[in-house]
Design a protein around this ligand. Structure first.
Ligand code: IPE
Ligand code: IPE
Ligand code: MG
Length: 241
């Protein structure tokens, strides 16, 4: 476990976040419907979770569906919902065997009731697992997270003025409450943007952008990202000794 001082190089990221992008283009290159790309993308997740466990990563946060992704054609949205339900169903055994604690980050109240129930059940069933925490960000937006945290803080502190709120207070009311900040953010699919993912939590993350499309991002690609991360010198605004 890393309890290093801020300016000490950390070689294994404790918290890895991934923007899993490029499923549609992967399918298009093969003259197949975009939904085939999503299915391929989802199928690769288990091996990557296992690889993160092997590397000693404690938290893995995957961007599965953004608050803006509702703007896609309805058949694509329902395919993504269906894949999510299937994932929760099919992967439960493996998650239990591998000690994966599942958390879903985002406003799940917008999902079909069946999906909400499965999410609650999966979170409950894996709550005592300790090998890794797998956060699936679904109907997630970084801006939503911050506004939600402010509201949540207000509910928890009805007598207090927002003027007294500190950064630490807000951090404790984010969906990632209790987790370390992101050390390494990976985006596949060639774009160099955050697309409203974890805005607050990536303040000092190392940003790794790769052209590899998500269905092609395997353990070897992950190793490459970890090697790159290991070569970074993190200063957190300070100077090196
Ligand atoms: C990422 O792949 C998956 C989701 C956003 C759910 P895309 O579907 O965005 O694939 P591209 O970017 O169109 O290739
Ligand atoms: C980000 O990818 C969202 C997810 C990977 C879930 P998008 O494909 O939605 O992002 P943009 O539209 O290229 O910014
Ligand atoms: Mg995309």
């Amino acid at each position: 476990m890393n309890s290093a001082l801020p300016h000490t190089p950390i070689h294994t990221p404790r918290h890895v976040a991934i923007i899993m992008d490029g499923n549609g283009r992967w399918a298009k290159q093969r003259h197949m419907p975009r939904t085939v790309g999503h299915a391929r993308g989802a199928a690769g997740v288990r091996a990557l979770v296992q690889a993160c466990v092997d590397h000693g990563v404690e938290y893995l946060t995957l961007f599965a569906f953004s608050t803006e992704n509702w703007g896609r054609p309805s058949d694509e949205v329902s395919t993504l919902m269906g894949l999510f339900i299937q994932y929760l169903e099919k992967e439960m055994k493996a998650m239990q065997a591998e000690g994966v604690r599942l958390r879903v980050l985002g406003d799940i109240s917008a999902f079909p009731v069946e999906l909400q129930e499965r999410i609650e059940a999966a979170q409950g069933a894996t709550v005592h697992n300790h090998a890794i925490t797998l956060n699936v960000a679904a109907n997630y937006g970084g801006r939503w997270d911050i506004v939600n945290a402010v509201k949540s803080w207000g509910h928890a502190n009805p007598g207090l003025s927002v003027q007294s709120m500190t950064e630490q207070d807000l951090t404790q009311h984010l969906s990632t409450s209790g987790m370390p900040e992101v050390d390494l953010l990976i985006r596949t699919g060639g774009e160099s943007r955050i697309s409203n993912f974890l805005l607050w939590q990536v303040a000092y993350a190392e940003l790794y952008f790769t052209d590899v499309l998500w269905p092609d991002f395997d353990e070897k690609q992950l190793d490459k990202a970890f090697t790159w991360f290991g070569s970074r010198q993190r200063r957190f605004g300070a100077v090196t000794a």
